[in-house]
Design a protein around this ligand. Structure first.
Ligand code: ADP
Length: 589
């Protein structure tokens, strides 16, 4: 499938065509930037061709109207679908969504939350629906990845009235953070579910994200893309008391203050240019303003790295991306300097020598550094193409039969008795990561499983506590332990084998060791829509053309508040060639 992706901003139009199959490959890349009253600059890349020049378009909107001719000129006009980057999806849009009249209206209604971005994104949607009326168009949201943030992250401590009006934190750059986190996990060769990562996206907009075991836990942008880091022209964190001060002392209106925080602040406010290259050049020549701007920029980013390591209670790797993250070794060095105390040490030669050709994710930590440091190009457009194709391939328009797949790595559910034995009497587990099933969480603590043949270290604990301890492993894990483990539905643990669990304060030997039979969690409304019933067995198709397969005998479990999701284990996921999360499809027999 060929997907045309648009990233339409207020000052630039970027687009690309991707061929999405077993692998996703960029076929064409285009951009129109630096708009002036009568013209702009463009760049087209296709195969070996890299063409730059001037065009007559005066705005991104005008430029978009010229895209069909450009695609035709390069012979790449045959496309099957269009994917759009939409910056703000509010609390409603948690996954890629087909753009019909109703969704376009719902996105427009979110414009007050992203007044610079959503209108520009939607203008592109509107034009594309006119230019390609027969193609499906899909919205992929910057905010969606962060909807997993817990309430204590998303809630501002402000009056209830304000919160009821919609004041809360969202977070942006989600597509980029998700992509680079997956990329790092791929390089480390461990499931994302097992890793605690900090992703640092430093472009014109900039944000840091705590990616805790596959889920965004927190990110530095808030209700709007203004909070957090110092950016090209945006201030990032500022005392909200500034509003009163500026109004009283300088007589500025709310609009004037807001405009200045968006457009006249950040690097531009500090040193007169929003371009890090200019600022680094000037700093190297001794310009004190430029030097201070760089110090402030790096310090703010470093603070977030430390904060998020603390928030997650651990850190396996940090990942730099975005124009500055990818290209500025001195900025990476400044951000990482002095973090040895948390096991992060840079290798200066590797840092200087980063070469991001192809699909590279360079590692630049020193030998022996416990925390890895990656530099990799972000690929938001590629990710949007993939998500667009997945959304369309997996279901009817609207995605009625689509089912999110969650891959469960080995884990334990502990009883009170087990927690007491493993961690000490009355110990309260740290409910570190909320899971998608409401009320469920992954603990910050880990345990070890011990069998006659071997040990499995750092096994996750999932809460809440249960009446009886249950240990879920894969067939491969059972070989490592040296125990013959039966496949059972969760909860059916009579006559199951024994295993020993080790914790910091002791060990606990118990039965309850199973290979969990695959199942679908769903709620009454979704079950009705999907045409399935509690206790029924259905077939689910997962994976791509290459390794995809259909799982038979998948048990349906309907719960009042369950989030609809298929649970399979790591062996099943590997067999189907899918990673931590994917989409599947109900097979109608
Ligand atoms: P956007 O967020 O608009 O996609 P980019 O990710 O392209 O922006 O990042 C733009 C920023 O990257 C600019 O500040 C630019 O100066 C900076 N940048 C690009 N190349 C370099 C470089 N070699 N050294 C330092 N900064 C760079």
């Amino acid at each position: 499938m060929h997907v045309l992706v648009f990233n339409a901003g207020s000052s630039s139009l970027k687009f690309g065509i991707f061929s999405v199959g077993t692998e996703t490959r960029g076929v064409f890349k285009g951009s129109y930037e630096r708009f002036r009253s009568r013209g702009c600059e463009y760049r087209f890349r296709h195969g070996e061709t890299d063409e730059r020049g001037a065009a007559e378009f005066g705005s991104p909107t005008e430029a978009l109207k010229g895209v069909p001719a450009a695609l035709k000129r390069f012979g790449v006009e045959a496309i099957d679908a269009i994917g759009h980057r939409i910056v703000h999806g509010g609390a409603r849009f948690s996954s890629p969504t087909l753009l019909d009249d109703e969704t376009v209206e719902a996105i427009a209604a979110l414009s007050p939350l992203a007044p610079l971005h959503n209108p520009a994104n939607l203008e592109a949607v509107r034009l594309c629906r006119g230019l390609w009326p027969d193609l499906p168009q899909v919205a992929v949201f910057d905010t969606a990845f962060h909807l997993s943030n817990p309430a204590f992250v998303t809630t501002y401590a402000v009056p209830a009235r304000w919160r009821e009006a919609g004041l809360r934190r969202y977070g942006f750059h989600g597509t980029s953070h998700k992509y680079v986190a997956e990329r790092a996990a791929e390089e480390i060769d461990r499931p994302l579910f097992d890793l605690q990562l900090v992703s640092i996206h430093l472009g014109n907009g900039a944000s840091v994200c705590a990616v805790n075991r596959g889920h965004s836990m927190d990110s530095s942008m808030g209700m709007t893309p203004l909070e957090g880091l110092v950016m090209g022209t945006r201030s990032g964190d500022v005392d909200p008391g500034a509003f009163g001060f500026l109004s009283r002392e300088l007589g500025l209106s709310v609009q004037q203050i807001e405009d200045a925080l968006y457009d006249e602040s950040g690097l531009k406010g500090l040193a007169g240019s929003s371009d890090m290259r200019d600022i680094e050049d000037r700093a190297a020549k001794g310009d004190p303003q430029a030097q201070l701007a760089i110090e402030i920029y790096a310090y703010r980013a470093k603070k977030y790295v430390g904060a998020y390591a603390a928030a997650m209670g651990g850190l396996d790797a940090i990942v730099f991306t975005g124009g500055i993250g990818e290209n500025s070794p001195s900025m990476r060095r400044r951000i990482c300097d002095g973090l040895d105390f948390m096991g992060l040490q840079l290798d200066h030669d590797r840092n200087m020598g980063v070469n991001l050709s192809g699909h590279a994710a360079s590692q630049i930590q020193a030998y022996g550094s416990r925390v890895r440091v990656f530099v990799t190009e972000t690929a938001e457009q590629l990710m949007i193409a993939r998500e667009t194709a997945a959304m369309l391939a997996a279901g009817q328009p609207g995605g009625q039969l689509r089912l999110p797949i969650a891959v469960s790595a080995r884990h334990v559910h502990l009883s009170r008795e087990a927690v007491d034995a493993l961690f000490g009497k009355g110990y309260v587990l740290d409910q570190a990561t909320p899971l998608r099933q409401p009320g469920h969480w992954a603990a910050g603590e880990r345990v070890t499983l011990v069998g006659p043949k071997g040990r499995l270290e750092r096994v996750a604990i999932l809460g809440p506590l249960r009446e009886r301890t249950q240990i879920e492993v894969s067939r491969t894990d059972s070989f490592a332990l040296g125990i013959d483990v039966p496949v059972r539905d969760s909860g059916r643990i009579e006559a199951t084998p024994q295993v020993t669990i080790e914790g910091p304060s002791g060990s606990f030997t118990t039965d309850g060791l199973i290979i969990a039979a695959r199942h679908i969690h769903t709620n009454p409304a979704d079950a009705k829509r999907l045409g399935i019933q509690d206790g029924e067995y259905v077939d689910v198709r997962v994976g791509d053309e290459d390794r995809g397969l259909t799982f038979g005998r998948t048990l349906v479990r309907v719960g009042a508040n369950s989030f609809t999701e298929v649970h399979i284990d790591t062996d099943e996921a590997n067999a189907a060639g899918i990673e931590v999360t994917a989409m599947g499809q109900l097979v109608q027999n």
